[in-house]
Design a protein around this ligand. Structure first.
Ligand code: SF4
Length: 209
């Protein structure tokens, strides 16, 4: 069974709650500073299309969120699982990793393969009828910081729907620093040590039955 270890892990969720608090407060701050430039709203789902890699901490949080949804709304949770299972079936043949474990291969070649992989695949957590995320509170870090200007090794990136017509200076003034002390890396290391599961995956593999 995939990810059987997570249920029994002693990984402290309190650390992850702290991380979420830090990132969400940075988002609230950048939302205030950005004003009209940031056009994110419920039902805007362009950023929910196309697979992206998530780390084991994201996967842990998503599975915990799905387990919570299962208690509150079992039918909705079952639909998420079903969409994830269907997605895994569609994506497995071309998956640039181990389709048995869902872990992506590492290295330049695998990264190049991943760049062309599943770019039209909807996220299984997205409810196609409402356009809402079923696991919003437990979403991965990439989803939490997508939209406002965030720095990466490629420079300052922003959602193509946001900051339209803004100057470089206006964009730079709204830079979001989601996790200045890199708490995420420390938590990830701790989690990987405690579960023995390492490497990145995608949301479909993480939530599939
Ligand atoms: S990040 Fe872009 S695509 Fe996603 S909700 Fe915001 S505006 Fe819409």
């Amino acid at each position: 069974m995939r990810y059987a270890l997570w249920m029994g892990t002693r990984f402290p969720s309190r650390g992850d709650q702290k991380l979420i608090q830090i990132v969400d407060s940075a988002l609230a701050d950048v939302t205030r500073r950005s004003g009209k430039w940031l056009v994110c709203r419920p039902g805007c789902t362009q950023c929910c299309i196309g697979a992206f890699s998530i780390n084991q901490l994201d996967a842990f949080r998503l599975r915990r969120g799905l387990a919570d949804l299962e208690k509150r709304a079992p039918e909705r949770a079952a639909r998420v699982r079903q969409r994830a299972g269907e997605s895994v079936a569609r994506l497995s043949p071309e998956f640039p990793g181990d389709p048995g474990s869902g872990v992506l291969h590492e290295g330049e070649e695998a990264e190049q393969q991943f760049a062309d992989f599943a770019n039209d695949e909807p996220c299984p957590a997205l409810d196609p009828e409402t356009g809402n995320c079923e696991l919003y509170e437990s979403r991965p870090m990439t989803c939490r910081v997508f939209g406002p200007p965030v720095r990466s090794e490629d420079g300052l990136g922003v959602c193509e729907l946001c900051f339209q017509g803004a100057s470089d200076k206006e964009i730079a003034a709204c830079e979001m620093k989601p996790d200045p002390d890199d708490l995420e890396s420390r938590l990830l290391e701790e989690l990987e040590r405690s579960t023995g599961t390492r490497g990145n995956t995608i949301i479909a593999f993480c939530l599939a039955p």
